[in-house]
Ligand binder design. Structure first.
Ligand code: GTR
Length: 333
């Protein structure tokens, strides 16, 4: 039977309302709330956890809880390489990652990992908030990961069970690296014996003597308590590789423009919060390990270290696109 004129009017109004809401990116029926699972390698009180919790809170508020995010801190959802695979499959929805574990998957991440590339943290931020960040975001999107903002990770230095003052002291020492070819070659070029291991296995490997050292920033050295077993920290500051706050492309595809803008803004604001917390935590971590009696070996002359890095640049920044990016980063003032 034909709808009555009255019902026809109602149907028309409903159709118009749906079209109008559609035009501004909302759907007429209230969308079911989405539950998102987030991965974090660090504890909740680490600067990155603080940043992620700020991000999820803002997204919840700004979407009236249509997108409810929960971060599983302390690698509860697995180690880093597995988490990257899960992000690509869409079984983890968002995460904060260091960029090094992407080195073998996204070529431009090698550039920001390169040893002794950045003059200081300000220079690194300029690059990652500018040309390097744009190039890396494109590379990551190709592997199913949407970069939303960039977190600080300070400078990485060596820490060992025996004192290391010069590259010669490193000769033959087994040093843990992240799973990345660049890191393996970098450590080899310094004369060490690189040992790729997940972050969560470093403490016991140091304790049992499987490795003689590792390398990381002050907050990671301190928060993991690696300083209790590797008592020498040599301030080589060999890499300033930053981190990304990212969303799985599987999820991203299903968001409307308004939701995407909310996520991007919240991610950028969370990066400001993370960076502030980072600067503070670097200072606190350094004090804590000094108070625990760690020997800090100040490396004031980095020339003998950086001189050995030529083969790493030759291999990982040779490609024209990557070489151009390195040049562009060096020219940033
Ligand atoms: C930390 C970083 C982690 C992880 C770790 C490692 O500084 O925040 O994401 O990459 O280093 O060395 O595995």
């Amino acid at each position: 039977m034909d709808p009555t004129p009255w019902r026809r009017g109602r149907l028309l109004l409903a159709a118009l309302a749906t079209a109008a809401l559609g035009a501004i990116g909302l759907s007429a029926a209230p969308a079911a709330a989405q539950e998102w699972r987030g991965w974090n390698i660090h504890a909740a009180d680490y600067p990155n956890g603080i940043g992620m919790d700020a991000f999820t809170r803002m997204v919840g508020e700004r979407t009236s809880n249509r997108i409810r995010m929960r971060t599983f801190h302390s690698a509860q959802l697995g180690q880093q390489d597995e988490a990257i695979q899960q992000m690509r499959l869409g079984t983890i929805d968002f995460a904060n990652f260091n960029l090094s574990p992407f080195n073998n998957l996204a070529p431009t991440t090698n550039v920001v990992t390169l040893p002794f590339l950045f003059r200081d943290v300000g220079h690194m931020q300029q690059a990652i908030d500018g040309p390097a960040g744009e190039a890396i975001a494109q590379d990551l999107e190709r592997i199913g990961i949407i970069a939303l903002s960039w977190y600080d990770a300070g400078a990485r230095s060596l820490y060992t069970t025996r004192p290391v003052r010069t590259p010669a002291d490193l000769r033959g020492m087994k040093i843990r690296v992240q799973t990345s070819d660049l890191w393996i070659d970098l450590m080899r070029a310094l004369g060490a014996n690189p040992t790729p291991l997940p972050f969560g296995e470093v403490f016991t490997s140091l304790q049992s003597g499987v490795i003689d050292g590792a390398e990381n920033n002050w907050p990671s050295y301190e928060s993991t308590r690696h300083f209790e077993v590797a008592r020498y920290y040599s301030t080589t500051e060999h890499s300033n590789v930053p981190e990304v706050l990212a969303v799985s492309a599987q999820r991203w595809r299903r968001l409307n423009d308004q939701e995407r803008a909310i996520l991007r803004d919240a991610a950028r604001e969370s990066a400001t919060i993370q960076r502030r917390a980072w600067a503070e935590r670097e200072r606190v971590s350094r004090e804590r390990v000094a108070a625990a009696g760690v020997t800090v070996i100040e490396i004031s002359d980095r020339a003998p270290w950086s001189a050995l890095m030529e083969p790493v640049y030759a291999k990982y920044a040779a490609d024209a696109r990557l070489a151009a990016l390195v040049r562009q980063i060096r020219e940033l003032r």
